[in-house]
Design a protein around this ligand. Structure first.
Ligand code: HEM
Length: 500
């Protein structure tokens, strides 16, 4: 058909239409209304279509500009007092449970289901792996559990594990118990408000350094803490070795930390420094074993940094949230206190807690679980697809980041009734597989899971069994620029000793 014929047909149709009774009988207001309704209908239809993956297993979402994608929106959420999960929450409202986005040039899919979590965790290292982040490897070290390939990961993890087993933690429990009891007493005696987050950061750090390397000297503890902070800040920074940047500070911090740890190892080996039974010594006493049964010095040192960084902020934040949630739910606080007072009653006065006592803390253990469910200290667990694949029938391309969205699963009302209610008793019932995973799952399950649990139980026992408290700032805003949700206020509290 020639162009002129087509034009003729179109103008004929237009002329007929214009002269038709349709236009004559309806006002321009009606036409506008019709257009708006039609456009709205099309938008809804296309949304529904995308939500259902367009029927072809496509995941809905907005990739935005090339490379940049939605990076600015992500950074803006991270820099706000709502926290970076707000970015995820909003996109779920817009696109549905499954969605994809682009951040820093990489496509990310947020995986919202237990089935998806199971697929990824049970294929960890095979079909999925942790994404390689240069700044992270440079900061914590290439021999860190967080960075090594699968074969080394298995060996290093096996050799690191023993000091974190429950029986090995008995001594840690006694020491941590004394540390927490003494420090709470000092705070209570002062009768002043203090930031609980600072308290929990310091006590978890000091107790970890004691357990790992028997470091007690306050100035050395301060030095290691400040260097670890620098390393931790560099882990997700731009790897630019320019003075003044977070990356530069972190790399310099790492060099100094390596020197501190290296000196410590050297002095223990030469006998210049007496040693105690601690994590470091349990690694060094394998010196005479064949290579596959011991760790090289670099592996020990990289993993010392890793353990401190992975263990301190997470546990400290969880402790802070437990206090906040218990403050908001007086009934749970009373039940927790009742259990702790009963445990105390059955022990000689002043005796330290044992693993047996912790086993008897059935309600405290539910408080701990519920705290971890609601606080989602690690919001999601990132992996990268090593090949094209499908999760629940949805297409995932090689190189895409698939983030197991533990927060979404922990807040899903189909697994947790009234998910935003702090209700420890919900853990009277067993959870369905992959619906509760604050410590991850599979070969990368948290190495410090037992240590984190006993730390929280001892803290809950000493706090609720010895004191009532008021939270002195009701502000619920979150700290800006933190990937671990923490209250901006630091959760200030005042302790009120319980009269026995
Ligand atoms: C409440 C406190 C804690 C929480 C919520 C927590 C959570 C987690 C989670 C979810 C993972 C897995 C992440 C993933 O799969 O991508 C993990 C890994 C890890 N955690 Fe923890 N953690 C806590 C305390 C600790 C402590 C106290 C330590 C050690 C002292 C520790 C050491 C580690 C290490 C080394 C890994 C890496 C394991 C590997 O890749 O094989 N964590 N943690």
């Amino acid at each position: 058909m020639s162009t002129s014929v087509k034009l003729e047909m179109w103008s004929g149709f237009r002329d007929n239409a214009l002269s038709s009774s349709f236009v004559q009988n309806y006002s321009s207001y009606d036409v506008v209304k019709l257009v708006v309704i039609s456009v709205g209908f099309c938008v809804l239809l296309s949304k529904a279509w995308r939500r259902h993956g367009g029927g072809k297993g496509e995941i809905p979402g907005r990739l935005g500009w090339p490379f940049l994608g939605e990076t600015f929106a992500f950074l803006s959420a991270t820099n706000s007092t709502k926290g970076c999960y707000e970015f995820v929450r909003l996109r779920r409202l817009w696109h549905g449970k499954w969605f994809k986005t682009r951040i820093f040039g990489k496509t990310h899919v947020f995986v919202p289901s237990p089935e998806g979590a199971k697929t990824i965790f049970s294929n960890d290292f095979v079909q999925f792996n942790k994404g390689y982040v240069k700044s992270m490897a440079d900061a914590v070290g290439r021999r860190s559990l967080l960075c090594v390939p699968v074969e080394s990961h298995k060996r290093i993890r096996r050799l690191l594990s023993d000091p974190f087993s429950m029986p090995s933690l008995a001594k840690f429990v006694t020491k941590f118990d004394k540390m927490v009891s003494d420090r709470l007493q000092i705070k209570a005696a002062k009768g002043e408000s203090f930031r609980l987050l600072d308290f929990s950061m310091k006590v978890t750090f000091d107790s970890m350094c004691e357990m790992l390397m028997s470091v007690r000297d306050p100035s050395l503890l301060d030095e290691i803490q400040s260097l670890c902070d620098d390393v931790s800040n560099a882990m997700l920074s731009l790897p630019l070795m320019i003075p003044g940047t977070r990356y530069y500070k972190g790399i310099k911090g790492r060099e100094k930390l390596m020197k501190v740890f290296g000196d410590m190892i050297g002095k223990r080996r030469s006998g210049e420094e007496s040693w105690e039974e601690d994590f470091l010594q349990s690694m060094l006493c394998k010196d005479s074993l064949p290579p596959e049964e011991r760790l090289e010095d670099e592996e020990i040192m990289d993993n010392l940094i890793t353990l401190i960084i992975a263990g301190q902020t997470t546990t400290a934040a969880a402790i802070m949230w437990s206090v906040k949630f218990l403050n908001d739910n007086q009934q749970a606080q009373d039940l927790l206190r009742e259990e702790q007072l009963l445990i105390d009653k059955n022990k000689p006065h002043g005796e330290a807690l044992t693993l047996g006592d912790l086993n008897a803390m059935s309600y405290a253990s539910k408080v701990m679980k519920e705290t971890l469910r609601m606080s989602n200290v690690l919001l999601w667990f990132p992996r990268v697809a090593l090949d094209d694949c499908r999760i629940e029938g949805l297409k995932i391309q090689k190189g895409w980041h698939v983030n197991i969205d533990a927060t979404c699963i922990h807040y899903d009302p189909s697994f947790y009734k009234d998910p935003m209610q702090f209700n420890p008793s919900r853990f009277d019932e067993r959870q369905k597989p992959y619906t509760y995973m604050p410590f991850g799952s599979g070969p990368r399950t948290c190495l410090g899971i037992n240590m984190a649990k006993v730390t929280m139980l001892v803290f809950l026992h000493r706090l609720a069994g010895g004191y009532k408290w008021s939270v002195d700032d009701p502000d619920t805003n979150l700290e800006k620029k933190s990937h671990i949700p923490r209250l901006r206020s630091g959760c200030p509290i005042t302790l009120i000793p319980i009269e026995n």
